[in-house]
Design a protein around this ligand. Structure first.
Ligand SMILES: Nc1ccn([C@@H]2O[C@H](COP(=O)(O)OP(=O)(O)OP(=O)(O)O)[C@@H](O)[C@H]2O)c(=O)n1
Ligand SMILES: C[C@](O)(CO)[C@H](O)COP(=O)(O)O
Length: 230
């Protein structure tokens, strides 16, 4: 299974002056933990890291230090996540039939989740990891007034990995590009093209490290996993 890791963001919401994936999390760069899970996955046998040129030396150094046992290709990122994934798809080897896409910023995803998604992708055209929403969600208008309270039983919070048939996802990205669609995940392009996307039960701990508080929570979870919860 081929894996693309979008890692070309800036981390503005983190308030950092560099790519948040290079920030330290429990003594290692944040992206180290994402790569460690990818390496431990039984099904992933190729990794594409999508990144900005300025981060290339740091990311290469991390990959070298980890002595990754799977082939790794670095692919130039774009201005948005959507553009980055588009570039990533062009950088896949020609024999890639299925692809998992997993945010570098979701550094707590387990190898088991990656493997469950890889296995499920053998039987469908598109899927995403997701978890049922725990909060009551409000739809709010521009003036701050609540317009609707959707039924929570139908609401799921999207995560990554997201997995797709490569040719279909390439077509969806092309259509999205021509039509000027702006989306925050790849499933949305599939949906807009009226293609089916399945849900795979995700992990509550699979948070996207976005703000400083997420960094603290991620560190806490990693400590618990390592049995050093103090
Ligand atoms: N041009 C971009 C923007 C984002 N990403 C990646 O997409 C994932 C999810 O994006 P997000 O968490 O929003 O990351 P940032 O764009 O870095 O954060 P922010 O929106 O706060 O600037 C991250 O792994 C990020 O590196 C990417 O590959 N290319
Ligand atoms: C793909 C994603 O991680 C699913 O939750 C998410 O959409 C990434 O974009 P965001 O704008 O940072 O939420």
């Amino acid at each position: 299974m081929h894996l693309l890791i979008p890692a070309a963001g800036m981390g503005r919401r983190m308030g950092s002056n560099r790519n948040k994936l290079l920030l330290t999390l429990l003594g290692k760069p944040l992206i180290f933990w994402t790569l460690q899970a990818a390496c431990a996955s039984r099904h992933i046998n190729w990794i594409g890291i999508i990144c900005q040129l300025e981060d290339l030396p740091d990311l290469k150094a991390i990959a070298e230090e980890m002595a990754l046992t799977k082939p790794v290709r670095f692919i130039q990122g774009g201005k948005t996540r959507q553009e980055s994934v588009y570039n990533g798809l062009q950088g896949l080897p020609h024999n890639a039939r299925h692809v998992l896409i997993h945010d570098g910023a979701r550094c707590l995803a387990t190898p088991d989740l990656l493997d469950r998604c890889a296995e499920a992708l053998q039987k469908c055209q598109g899927l995403i990891a997701a978890v049922p929403v725990k909060d009551t969600i409000k739809v709010v208008d521009r003036t701050g007034l609540i317009k609707d309270t959707p039924d929570r039983t139908n609401l799921w919070a999207a995560q990554t990995p997201q997995g797709f048939d490569v040719q279909l996802l390439k077509q969806c990205h092309e259509t999205g590009h021509k039509s000027g669609w702006e989306v925050t995940d790849d499933a949305a392009l599939f949906e807009k093209c009226r293609l089916p996307v399945k849900i795979v039960e995700g992990e509550e701990t699979n948070l996207k490290v976005t703000t400083p508080v997420d960094l603290a929570i991620a560190e806490y979870i990693l400590r618990q996993r390592q049995g050093t919860g103090d």
